[in-house]
Design a protein around this ligand. Sequence first.
Ligand code: BEZ
Ligand code: FE
Length: 298
Amino acid sequence: MTINRDISAEQRAREEDLVQRVLRSFDTCEDARLGEIMRSLVTHLHTFVREVRLTEAEWTEAIEFLTAVGHITDDKRQEFILLSDVLGASMQTITINNEAYGDATEATVFGPFFVEGSPRIDNGGDLSFGAEGRPCWVEGTVRDTDGKPVPGARIEVWEADDDGFYDVQYDDDRTAARAHLFTDEDGGYRFWAITPTPYPIPHDGPVGKMLQAVGRSPMRASHLHFMVTAPGARRLVTHIFVRGDELLHSDTVFGVKDSLVKDFVQRLAGTPTPDGRPVDRDWTRVKFDMVLAPEEAS
Ligand code: BEZ
Ligand code: FE
């Protein structure tokens, strides 16, 4: 540990004695894992407090901040998750729990806008359900790490509309820009969606204030959410991102992985579409082949 200020041997001994006393207080913990987590948490917390020589006023401010995070949280808004997201803690937990396995597709943040019970569409269907945006043809395959197609994999897709809003943020109960579908016998899938555009995370609360105080933007890079499940496979929660998006290097929740950045190829209005559907405005198309790790992969 680096303590930035010069402190006397007596002062150092007092601080270290306190750390040891707190650590020993967990000796009675019968749950070995809980004990491990609490000891590590206390060690890092005390290191932090000592390293920055936290003032009592700063500690009070931190408590007030966490209190505000709690107050704005309800069954629709989870500010603690948002805090974890912007500190990279969500992404680090995901990275640890979706260990690299062969060529399995990388996972990224889940986000707060998934809802159970999305409508089912057929392969080739349209999940926009009237959400505003430039049409986008999405296609690809789902395979296992041996390269075998995974038929019948369930693919959930959700995204924001052109104004940066998910349907759950609308004033009415409309469902839009979300659906699920299943891969065909060859592990293939295809659907119409809308071309993703950038949007800010909810930033009208304490997390938004914190971002502003440190000079950070609340913007997420443009993305399309996927969640893929299949028997015997590790659940994959991921996104695809738009190559060329200037926010790729500053995504506020650190969700971008190079392997998930895809070419959204621009097509002019009237260009023949893959399924023959007439589209009278500019549209895009993207290919996303996914690889699922086996369930036993950590
Ligand atoms: C999202 O992608 O929808 C999201 C992820 C993390 C925080 C807020 C939004
Ligand atoms: Fe999102």
